[in-house]
Each structure stands twice: as C-alpha cells, then as structure tokens.
Design a protein around this ligand. Structure first.
Ligand SMILES: [Cu+2]
Length: 132
C-alpha cells in the first residue's frame, strides 16, 4: 500500500514534469518573430475593426493604407503612427493591461474621419497550450 502510493506519486511527478517541459518549449522559434496582424486602413474604416490580443504577447501590427494617409493612435498601448498613403506602417506592441481599447485615425483623411476607429481587445493570457 505505502510502496504502491510512492510509485504513484513518483509517476505523477514525472508526468507533471514532462507536461511542464512540453508547455515551456516554444512552439514558434524566436527567429520567426512575433505574430503579425494585418490591418487595412481606408476611408473611413479599419479592417478588421476589432482584434484580440493577449496580455504580455508581443505582436506586430502591419497597417496598410489602401488610399490616403491615415493615422493610428491608441495612447494606452503607446501607439501613435502615421500610415502613409498606399504604404504599410509597422508597429510592435506588447499589451500589459487587460481591457478594451479604441484606436482612432488621428490623421485627417476626409469627411468621415471623425468616425474612423477600431477596437483592440486585450485578454488575460490563458497560460495553456491551447488557443491557435
Ligand atoms: Cu482619418
């Protein structure tokens, strides 16, 4: 009984250690860099108009303008960039606070400029190997 119990505990510890190792090994190699999210800007919307990030995960936002120069401004995440006409701007961000944030175009781009915005949701990192 006691002996059996010890073996079971040892087996459990081994399985746990193996699980931790598997979870710790990076699924994406470092040289591949952060996840890239493409956001298209055109009068007067961003597409997609909502994205979800994970707290603590570094992502690269590729901001593409399909027409004129737009801005991309989100103070809490320290993002303030212009997206030159017809070009792509890149910003790297590592959100530190969970929440819903609104990014706006802060470069006047025409009549609908004032309503040009998108939502960035920051979720708690799950810490599991799940997700996509
Ligand atoms: Cu604008």
């Amino acid at each position: 009984m006691t002996r059996n119990g010890i073996f079971r505990v040892a087996g459990g510890a081994l399985a746990l250690a193996a699980g931790l190792l598997a979870a710790a090994s990076p699924r994406v190699r470092a040289e591949e860099g952060p996840r890239v999210i493409v956001i298209t800007a055109k009068r007067f919307e961003f597409s997609p108009n909502e994205i979800t990030l994970k707290k603590g995960e570094t992502v690269k936002l590729q901001l593409k303008s399909e027409d004129v120069t737009h801005g991309f401004f989100l103070r809490p995440l320290h993002i303030d960039t212009d997206i030159p006409a017809g070009q792509t701007a890149e910003v790297t961000v590592t959100p530190q606070e969970v929440g819903r944030y609104r990014a706006i175009c802060d470069h006047f781009c025409g009549a609908g400029h004032g309503g040009m915005k998108m939502t960035i949701v920051v979720e708690e990192a799950t810490g599991s190997a799940g997700g996509k």
